[in-house]
Write a protein that binds this ligand. Structure first.
Ligand code: GLU
Length: 338
């Protein structure tokens, strides 16, 4: 144990204070997190602080993610027990899934923390999430990318970053896909979740192949299936994406009858323009509904990963010059559910 953690501040409300009805980033408030943590927890851990950027996460640009990633690359992992990244909750899910891929082989724990509310708001869980990250780092004897997050009225949960799904609407709670979190902080200790859908702890000590795809691209459109979705409004006359992702219903289906709502017609349109269409999520072990028969042969299927993870993989493939199929086939950091 080196008793040293590197904290990378990137912004979000965890680095902000509320004034009136607006939340803005204040430079001087950043270390408030560590001060508040020290005030509430007896600790001799040394925190080294880095501040590559200070943004509300909804405003993130590819260059910001690059800066954040370069900052992690620049940390000498031999000097630290772990790395904590502070991040806004709005795009936490994307960055966490992304970093679970590009840092899949990191040898120390890299843990994302966020606050949802400014630290001077009594509803903020920033300090608790930070404390959860510290506890997890101190107990984990393996590396990887994780998220420490306390939902309303629960213990702090530790999630595999590769399985984190988008926050729930309005209240901003976070869960892992299948609702199986990696572990929990109970009475100041990390307790691994024995659910059989979790990878066994021993697996984390095995060698992981680095992810070759490290660069992102934004030339993609995502469309979410919903009742009465009219695909005819998606016409790419002026500007053409490299790929289109369609988020299927939870049972791996989408409408395949009628005219404008028919995904098969949209698929034929995209094919005529040479645009690759990717569908997710699809459980390879589930029964196929009649409406979905033949779909996976007509487009690219992202099997057994969350839609969020599929998005990251497609953007990494497009940005790094790999085929989408080859990146989807990899299981870099336990993202594959089976
Ligand atoms: N807009 C904020 C952000 O994502 C959301 C609240 C938060 O920081 O958690 O940066």
């Amino acid at each position: 144990m080196k008793n040293r953690i590197c904290v990378i501040f990137t912004g979000g409300t965890i680095g902000s204070l509320a004034s009136g009805n607006t939340v803005d980033l204040k430079k001087e408030s950043k270390s408030a997190l560590i001060e508040k943590y020290r005030a509430a927890h007896k600790t001799d851990v040394i925190f080294d602080e880095l501040r590559p950027l200070n943004i509300l996460s909804e405003n993130v640009q590819p260059s910001d993610l690059e800066k954040m990633a370069d900052c992690v690359r620049g940390v000498n992992k031999d000097d630290y027990d772990g790395i904590i990244i502070t991040h806004g909750t709005d795009t936490l899910c994307f960055t966490a899934n992304l970093f679970s891929q590009i840092f899949c082989d990191i040898k120390i724990p890299l843990v994302f923390v966020s606050a949802l509310y400014p630290l001077n708001d009594s509803r903020s869980r920033g300090v608790e999430n930070f404390a959860g990250a510290v506890t997890f780092i101190q107990s984990a004897d393996f590396g990887g990318v994780f998220v420490s997050f306390e939902n309303h009225g629960e213990n702090v949960k530790i999630h595999l970053a590769s399985r984190l799904v988008s926050a729930s609407q309005i209240d901003g709670n976070y869960e892992s896909v299948l609702n199986v979190h990696f572990g929990e902080i109970i009475d100041g200790k990390f307790i691994y979740n024995q659910n059989p859908d979790n990878p066994a702890l021993i697996k984390f000590k095995e060698h992981r192949r680095p992810c070759e795809a490290q660069k992102l691209c934004m030339d993609m459109v995502t469309i979410q299936a919903h009742s009465l979705l009219n695909f005819d409004f998606y016409r790419f006359k002026e500007i053409k994406p490299k790929a289109v992702m369609v988020q299927l219903y939870h049972s791996g289906t989408v409408c395949t009858v009628g005219r404008e709502a028919n995904f098969k017609n949209f698929l034929a349109y995209c094919k005529s323009l040479g645009i690759q269409v990717v569908i997710a999520p699809i459980d390879s072990s589930a029964r196929v509904y009649e409406s979905a028969i033949g779909l996976t042969e007509e487009c690219t299927a992202a099997y057994d990963i969350s839609f969020e993870m599929a998005t990251v993989k497609v953007l990494l493939a497009l940005g790094s010059g790999f085929s989408i199929e080859s990146v989807l086939a990899e299981n870099y950091f336990f993202e594959k559910l089976h």
